[in-house]
Design a binder for this molecule. Structure first.
Ligand SMILES: CCCCCCCCCCCCCC(=O)CC(=O)SCCNC(=O)CCNC(=O)[C@H](O)C(C)(C)COP(=O)(O)OP(=O)(O)OC[C@H]1O[C@@H](n2cnc3c(N)ncnc32)[C@H](O)[C@@H]1OP(=O)(O)O
Ligand SMILES: NC(=O)C1=CN([C@@H]2O[C@H](COP(=O)(O)OP(=O)(O)OC[C@H]3O[C@@H](n4cnc5c(N)ncnc54)[C@H](O)[C@@H]3O)[C@@H](O)[C@H]2O)C=CC1
Length: 719
């Protein structure tokens, strides 16, 4: 709703009230319309201030309403009425003014912001565009280039930047409503014609066509198949080239296309999934709202290689004191040299000033004696990690949480090396750890609720999307990767090329295909895992039995490349070739193609033409099938957890909502049928055998993804 009061004798104060973010639900819109009409009618009222309750102006349209039959007064005429009023209207902005919230403010004649305010048009991240005049008013107010930047990226700006851009007229540190009232009294009687943004001409730009061509090209490249950013450019182009009324028509048309698209549904699902996973619960019964995290003031990182450096930076950025331990002098020196630059670039990326960081370095693990939490990031070697955990258990003060960044080793096994296994959890970061948003918090059977809660809270503080997952080989993300990569290898055996497989995945929306990613992270990583699992064996990659391991189909292709020293980018050769070791630009490698041809001949395989649909179905459905197994095993609490892990950790396109949501969009029956088809064709590939949970869901009528938990619960209760 919207509350109305008369203040200072002549100012109508409208307060949006819809906790927690004063979203513009039907009731709120109704409240604004009726209170505004009242203010206009009342002769005592000479001016109006619009503000939000509880320190937030407005978080925009009510996203929950999007999937429903929307009722109540529409936003566009409401904002027009405000702009057209003959009494001055000031938006008093504190906290967030986002989406429809900012569009409402742009309809006001003046905008005053508290210095804590964040403003933005984030609709693009929901698969939409700012369709309450945002695409038409913002370019008229701040110019085309700045408006394109804000609208196509959805980024939020601080009050200071908003002032600089000309979005707000004044920034204050004082009480926002008091300042707004003072301000509106000071402008009483001034003509309002020049304050109605819709009447402004769009600031001219020379060579408009070239500007839009270039922007469109850049946006298309970044979009990876998402349609909203492109529609955003088209809408701003309408603002630049058409009269306001026609621009509004174009905005509406483009919005209608986006609004009903599967992409918008997927992205809105991701928005709510992100909030849902923070409300974690685990099989022991521990939950986010009943488990108290312990404060962490001082942390330690053991091992300053690729991951340890990133984790140290991410911890230091939150203001924590960090003890960084590395046994190798050379690694320690390199880390000390690299980290200031990482911190500086991080501050720039986040738009904050670089503060003094409290990192101390040591080669001696005893330096961690007084910390509250340790994150171990030494080599992926169980024997070494066990030793480190034994040492930590001896050295650390009582109650210190001991966390491991292992990519997939048994967290419980590590916990059993310590005197207090309840203090042990996995904190699985993704490379580069100071940039990537995902954190898997891995609980073992003995992890205490407090340990899980502390790791989840620390992750949040570090700006991560933290997902609580159970302990199994590879946890959620890497476990699902195995069948996906395996299918990619099989496709090469059957006639595909890395270029084709990557091309199909990139067209689907991944920023990089599976082979390019392997080259980037190092082919030796997977090779070591396969050796540890007893799949890859030295000398066993050739010969007639090379393609069968442990009674199932196996492809030794990755092992063969590693045996040749082709580890990917780091060696300059992998599935592609690079201009030098460490090179970044993948080029097709004729050697690899001959190697594949010889391999097929040696094993009596006849290359066939494989279409992109088969590539996608086999790679993605194998991965999705494993996702169902993970749900069945109770390793992930729900499909949202898996989806966010893939969106934030593995480059799954957000506009496709994550693998489990995508399965629902494709149709569970179809996914099941195709898995059955591929399993029949490849009976020696266990990953293709449809999971019984998938069968169960199909038998229950393929409920929408938000209702899968009911079916999963039933499955678990019958175990
Ligand atoms: C047939 C075709 C017809 C086509 C015509 C279509 C007509 C439609 C016309 C509509 C035109 C309107 C255009 C428009 O205005 C579009 C929008 O405004 S879209 C919304 C844009 N806003 C956002 O994206 C902001 C989203 N929110 C946030 O970023 C953060 O929540 C925020 C920074 C505001 C606060 O962050 P934080 O303090 O960390 O809190 P949480 O994120 O945890 O949120 C708390 C709580 O609030 C819920 N929530 C937040 N924002 C919204 C929202 N806009 N709507 C609904 N609910 C929201 C959030 O889910 C949390 O609730 P939980 O219960 O905990 O999940
Ligand atoms: N590299 C990646 O992309 C990811 C790696 N991980 C995991 O993170 C861990 C570390 O991986 P990376 O950083 O890639 O390895 P890395 O090889 O780059 O670094 C490991 C570092 O640990 C140091 N070290 C070894 N023993 C030590 C000890 N006893 N005390 C202190 N330092 C010691 C080494 O000298 C080395 O600098 C592994 O468990 C790995 O599986 C997890 C996610 C992603």
């Amino acid at each position: 709703m919207a509350q109305y009061s008369l203040v200072a004798g002549s100012v109508g104060l409208i307060t949006l009230q819809n906790p927690p973010v004063n979203a513009l639900s039907a009731v709120v819109r109704k409240g604004i319309v009726s209170t505004f009409e009242r203010a206009l009618r009342d002769p005592k009222v000479k001016s109006v201030v619009i503000c939000g309750q509880n320190g937030v102006f407005c978080g925009g349209a009510d996203i929950k309403e999007f999937g429903t039959n929307m009722s109540g007064p529409p936003l566009v005429p409401m904002i027009h009425a405000i702009e057209a009023a003959d009494k001055p209207v000031v938006a008093a902005i504190e906290g967030s003014a986002l989406g429809g919230g900012l569009e409402l403010a742009l309809g006001c004649h003046y905008r005053i912001a508290h210095s804590n305010a964040r403003l933005g048009l984030p609709e693009v991240s929901l698969g939409l565009l700012p369709a309450a005049g945002g695409t038409q008013r913002l370019p008229r107010l701040i110019g085309i280039p700045a408006a394109l930047d804000l609208i196509t990226t959805g980024r939020h700006v601080t009050a200071a930047e908003a002032l600089q851009l000309g979005i707000v007229d004044q920034v204050t540190d004082h009480k926002i409503v008091d300042e707004a009232v003072k301000f509106v009294l000071s402008v009483a009687g001034k003509p309002l014609d020049a304050r109605r943004i819709s009447t402004y001409p769009c600031p001219p730009l020379s060579d408009l066509d070239t500007v839009f061509e270039m922007v469109m090209q850049k946006v298309r490249q970044r979009a990876h198949g998402a349609i909203a950013p492109i529609a955003c450019v088209q809408a701003v182009q309408a603002a630049a080239t058409l009269p306001y009324a026609q621009g509004m028509e174009r905005e509406k048309e483009l919005m209608a296309t986006l609004f009903t698209s599967g992409q918008a549904r997927s992205m809105q699902y991701c928005f709510f999934a992100q909030r849902a996973v923070s409300k974690w619960s685990i099989p022991s019964g521990a939950r986010w709202d009943t488990s108290m995290p312990r404060p962490v003031h001082k942390a330690a990182v053991i091992g300053l290689g690729t991951m340890g450096r990133g984790i140290t930076v991410a911890l230091a950025q939150t203001g924590l004191s960090v003890v960084a331990v590395e046994t190798q002098e050379k690694q320690l020196m390199e880390a000390k040299q690299a980290m200031p630059g990482m911190l500086e670039r991080g501050a720039r990326r986040r738009g904050v000033s670089l503060t003094l960081h409290k990192i101390t370095y040591s080669r001696d693990i005893r330096a961690v004696a007084d910390v509250d939490l340790v994150i171990e990031a030494v080599f992926e070697d169980m024997a070494l990690k066990k030793k480190v955990f034994q040492q930590l258990s001896d050295i650390c003060k009582p109650g210190t949480f001991l966390c491991t960044n292992t990519s997939g080793l048994d967290v419980d096994h590590l916990a059993s090396q310590t005197c207090n296994p309840e203090l042990v959890v996995g904190m699985h970061f993704f490379a580069p750890a100071h940039v990537m948003k995902l954190l898997e918090v891995v609980y073992g059977p003995r992890s205490s609720p407090q340990a899980v809660a502390t790791a989840m809270q620390l992750g949040k503080k570090m700006g991560k999307v933290s997902v609580a997952v159970g302990n199994c080989r590879g946890f959620v993300g890497n476990r699902m990767l195995k069948p996906y990569v395996e299918q990619a290898f099989f496709l090469l055996e059957e006639g595909a090329t890395p270029e084709q497989v990557d091309g199909a995945l990139e067209e689907f929306g991944f920023s990089m295909g599976v082979f390019k990613v392997s080259d980037l992270s190092g082919l030796d990583v997977g090779w070591r895992v396969r050796m540890a699992d007893g799949f890859a064996e030295p000398g066993a990659s050739s010969g007639p039995s090379a393609r069968v391991r442990q009674g199932r189909r196996y492809s030794p292709l990755g092992d063969l490349l590693c045996e040749q020293g082709r580890f990917g980018q780091k060696t300059g050769q992998g599935w592609y070739q690079y201009d030098k070791p460490g090179g970044r630009v993948a080029r097709s490698d004729p050697w690899l193609h001959s190697f594949l041809a010889e391999y097929r001949t040696r094993h009596g395989l006849v290359a066939r033409r494989i279409d992109n649909q088969e590539v996608l179905e086999r790679c993605l459905y194998a991965l999705i099938n494993e996702g169902f197994r993970i749900l069945e095993d109770g390793i992930a609490a729900g499909p949202e957890d898996i989806d966010l892990i893939y969106v934030f950790g593995y480059g799954w396109p957000r506009h496709r909502g994550g693998p489990m949501f995508y399965a629902g969009m494709v149709g569970l029956t179809k996914v099941l049928q195709r898995l059955e088809h591929y399993h029949q064709a490849h009976p020696d590939v266990p990953f293709m055998q449809p999971c019984s949970l998938l069968r169960r869901l199909v038998a229950s009528g393929s409920p929408p993804v938000h209702r899968w938990r009911e079916v999963i619960k039933k499955v678990h209760s019958q175990l």
